[in-house]
Structures are given as structure tokens and as C-alpha cells.
Design a protein around this ligand. Sequence first.
Ligand SMILES: *Cc1c(COP(=O)(O)O)cnc(C)c1O
Length: 461
Amino acid sequence: MNEFTPRTIIEPFRVRSVEPIHFTTADERREALEAAGFNPFQLRAEDVLIDLLTDSGTGAMSSRQWAGMMASDESYAGAASFYRFEAAVRDITGFKHVIPTHQGRAAEHILFGTLAKKGNVVLNNTHFDTTRAHVEHTGAEARDLLIPEGRDPKSPHPFKGNMDLVALESAIREIGAHRVPAILITVTNNSGGGQPVSMANIRGVSTIARKHGIPFFIDACRFAENAWFIRTREEGYAGKLPIDIAREMFALADGCTMSAKKDGMANIGGFLALNNDALATRCRNLEILTEGFPTYGGMAGYDLEAIAHGLYEALQPEYLEYRIGSIAYLGRKLTDAGIPIIEPTGGHAVYLDAGGIAPHIPPLEYPAWSVNNALYLTGGVRGVEIGTVMFGLQPDGTEKPASRELVRLAFPRRVYTQSHVDYLAEVIIEACSRAADLTGYRIVSESPVLRHFTARLEPIT
Ligand SMILES: *Cc1c(COP(=O)(O)O)cnc(C)c1O
């Protein structure tokens, strides 16, 4: 008998502990948003029905992870939980030295604090904002070298996170290899829409880095999602297991930084892993100063256990098919309804093109902010504006429109089901059908840096 091939991708788990979500009326949402200064960051999470603010640390853990946490070893030094964590990281990445940190940015702090200084330039496909901040904190420059297709929301390129290899070669020639302390590649490219990087591109970067004797690090936060895209989109990888693809990726690099709040499937944690002995010693010295003893590095033993299991769970094919499938499923429903999004959909989020949804709102009246607030008012959905409120304020206090007006809907891992996604599509389509009635916003008060977190706004009537 032929094997039955179902069309429906189901959640590859059953639910054994539930957390109620809170329903509100339209009046309650209007009141809550007004009290929050029309800033979704200031809402109480309890007033949100479907929370897509971020996929960072918001995932659900498995029964295996919880069991590991109960059996953790909380010894200050040399805990069994550390050795389980180290074995898992080594098994998957192949890197010799594993340095635990309390989250991804702490790994960046230690790496760049050890490696970079004023006059240096760090090269990356796209620096994530904390990565850029840590590079710049050392006085070095953070330069992005993404392929041009990566910036085009309609380009169908299968690997829109790829590094521009020609630009990389010429940047190294122009800067001088001795002033480039590291080349990074961010998989998937978070700031660029969760777009993947191909194995061929990682190999290309690795070859160039080795030719010039420059250390090559992977910003690995979504390494498992990237492995899935390689398997489904790159020739020669169709039958390969995600874990083997991940191992092949890491073998091309000298080390990685990782936020375990992403593909570590944990609520907190991270690590720095690398091969170079001398560099590892210097990193551990800085770690003791800022994170703690090198066998816990800012985490509890139970966090180390959760990550040790989580890294493997993130690589399970059934999980990745469901995860990437959920994002694509929402993307398809929206494009079928004529709603503009970044295409093709990436690994962890759907990005609405608010500039296309509400073209009547000028950039300095924050169209993406307005569309995001409309999602909340319509159906209790919280996303995040990636537009002029987030990026428009210049260091000299003036304001400039952001290059794009996006609303990011990031999916927590293993938290929502297909009916949640169906509901989401309904809310988005309903809110967009009334987009012509949306008004812009003005900022009433703001802080001089990272204003989007705390700004208070009001609708322009
Ligand atoms: C989240 C993230 C980081 C930082 O990790 P935290 O755990 O939030 O400190 C770095 N790089 C990328 C690509 C990320 O997505």
C-alpha cells in the first residue's frame, strides 16, 4: 500500500498544560491602549489576546525540558548541568570552548569586548541591533553587506539573508584585513525579515575570511530555522537532517554567539562558542567579571538543562516543518487577500508592509504604528512597529522617515495553534479593510534613545 501523505501540517505536540488567554471587548481595548499612551509596549500583557511582540524567550517548553530542570545540579562550579549543556553545544556546533551567558547580548559583549577596538570594522550581512550596539560600544564600526535582493520586499530570492561576497572582498581590501577583527553572518537575518542564508554563501564567507586570516563567527540565534530553509530551498540538501545541516554550517566558522531565547527553546540563556584557545581564555576572564563563573555564566543549572534539551528539539524536522509552515500559512492567507507583506515569508515572523496598507498616512505620522494599533483595537493582537517611531529619531534630535514602514508579527515557539493563526488572519484582514479610515499619530513625549519602548503618543484627529 502507498504511504498516505497528508496535506495538513499538524502541531507536532499535544497540550498537557494550558495557560488561559484573556478576552477583552473593543471598549476595554480602547481604554487600555489610551492608558498605555497608545504604545503597545506599555500594555499589560494580560490585556493582549495573541501576543506577537517577539519570539524571544516567549516559547513553550517541553515535558523533557521541565523534567531536566527538576533534575538540575545547582552547584556553583562544575555542575553536572553545565557538562550536559556543554556536551549538547559541542555535539551540534563542534566548537571546542563553550562559554555560557545569560543571553545573546552578553555573548556579544564578551566577544567584541575581547576582540574589537576603535579603528576596527566588523562586517556582517546585517547586524542585529544589540550586535551593532556592542560593536559600536568598543569604538569599532559595524558595517552591513547584505545582497541587494535582501532589501527588496518583493524579490523572490530564496536566500535574501545572503552576504554580498563581492562587497565583502572589496570592503576587506579597502579597510585592510588587520583592521577587521571579525566577520559575522547572522542566520537567519533577523533585522532583514528573518530571511535565510544559504550554505553556499556561508561557505563563500568562510573561504574569504580564511584567505585573509580573519576570525569568522556565526550569529546563530535562529540556526535551526536557517537549516530548515537550506534543506527545503538549496540544491543537494533535500534529504538531509537539520542537525547535519547545522553541523555543516558551524564547521565553516571559528565560533558563534547564541541567544538561547530563540532556537535554544528556552526562556532565558545564551552562549559563546569558539575554537581558538587563547581567545577563549581571554573571553572567560571577561566572563567572570560580567557573567559569573565559566560553568554557569549568568544562568541557573536548570536554565542550562532547558537549553541542553531545547537545542535538539529545535532541530526536529517535524517541529521545523510546523514552525516555518505556520509563518508561510499566515503569509499565504494575507497575500491571497491582497495584503502587502515581505515575500517570501521568513523563519520567525510575518512582516506587514504598512506603507502599502495605509499609504495615505505620511511617514512622519507613523503609518506602521497606526496599523499595529489597529490590530490591537480590532482583535487584541500585539505586533511591533518597525518604522519611523523605532528608527526615525536622529542623534541631533531631528526626525527622518525610516526606509520602510513595517509591522512585525513574531511567533513564539510552540505556543499558538492553527486556529490562532486563522483568527490572526481574520483580524489582520478586517483591520486592513478599514485602513482608509486610520489616522496618523503624533508623539507627546519620548526619551532620547530607543524611544519606541516608552514614548507616549496620541492619534491625530
Ligand atoms: C535576539 C538576538 C540577539 C540578542 O540576543 P538576546 O538574548 O536578546 O540578548 C542577537 N542577535 C540576533 C540575530 C538576535 O535575534
